[in-house]
Ligand binder design. Sequence first.
Ligand code: TRP
Length: 445
Amino acid sequence: MSAAREHWGSRLGFIMASAGSAVGLGNIWKFPYMAGANGGGAFLIIYLGCVLFFGLSLVMAELAIGRATQRNPVGAFRTLAGRGWSVVGALGVATAFVILAVYVVVAGWTLAYVVLMANDTFAGVDVEQSRQVFSSFTSSTFMPLLCAAVFTVGMVTVVIGGVAGGIERVAKWLMPLLFVLLIVLALRSITLPGAGAGIDFYLWPDWSKVGPDTWGGAISQAFFSLSLGMGAMITYGSYMSREQNLPRDATLVVGLDTTVALLAGLVILPAVFATGFQPDEGPGLTFLTLPAVFATMPAGSLFGMAFFVLLAIAALTSAVSLLEVVVSYFVDEKSLSRIKASLLCGLIVFALGMPASLSQGVWSDYTIAGKNFLDAADFISTAVMMPVGGLMMALFTGWVLGPRAVSAIQSYSGQPMPLAGLWLFILRYVAPLGIGWILLQGFLG
Ligand code: TRP
């Protein structure tokens, strides 16, 4: 048997670490461009509905599975229901590797942008010139790999430090810093002359831009943003103590994640409107449009740098949670030491990130089903593996565990769990139908 399982040092530490997992590229890079392309306020309303209806229930389910078993995702399912179900955990571990391959590459770009901003590279550029800077950087061979490597080393270092000594400690420093940067940037953005149009766009729903894929997009965004469907919350739950009030703390984490996404929209959209750019650029909004936006602002490079530092912090605390999933698997199941498991997994992640990075340049001709390696890895993880994982976890908690899950949740007080019936109803019916629907959409194109 291995040594006693590690635990969070404090309740606040758990909340910061879990919010750190949830708050990532998904909140600051994806959410604003999705809102920008899907009717602003209309997307906001649909997204909030998804978080409330599916997100919170699934976060609670994953945390409960982790806390009840005190195991990594594979071990957790095996403990509760035998070998057959442990496949769901194994899928989660595989998903973590695939997401990380994408994550270290994009996070590497973020680091590069901090440096580019510091060097005033974007002074006076328009969107076209900014696009050229982006594509000549990302399609080059060496620098993006170096940036991904630097990010990978940072992430591995945090995970080697352990649960309380590494992940929790770093999150307790970086998350407050992230909030401060976010609020400063939001205040800057909404006080720009002409920001009002962006605020209107963001808060008034334009239902005409809501198409059939807006709904599926909002559900998968809620999943990705809350780190669901692949066992990250199972792993973090496995370091929780039974005395912790799980529904309350899960609600706090979900609330923090959602607040950050809403604020990120308030940083980006008003600034985009104020400077006369378009909000529907899509994934390029952050890396192409924003530098041009900052170029028109007084002290723009400084705000630009702050923005990319914010993005890098968000990416680091999320990547750490993905790596912890695979590390906890190797530690629990293969009896590796934490340090060996972290180094091994870091190497695997970098090896997978390499083709993802090179696919933007020299390897762009190698495609899988018409997508380059980065897009293919992003698609298969977010549109297929995570929803399948989330679907199985909802069914598992709702049908296989059922009332056992409710007792696991209420272990902290012995008081009956409030709204337990509604929770099980969502896990049994509402979440599987909603997720089944995103999957269908993914397959039908
Ligand atoms: N939630 C993170 C984001 O918004 C990404 C992330 C971290 C994640 N851990 C995860 C996504 C686990 C899915 C599963 O960027």
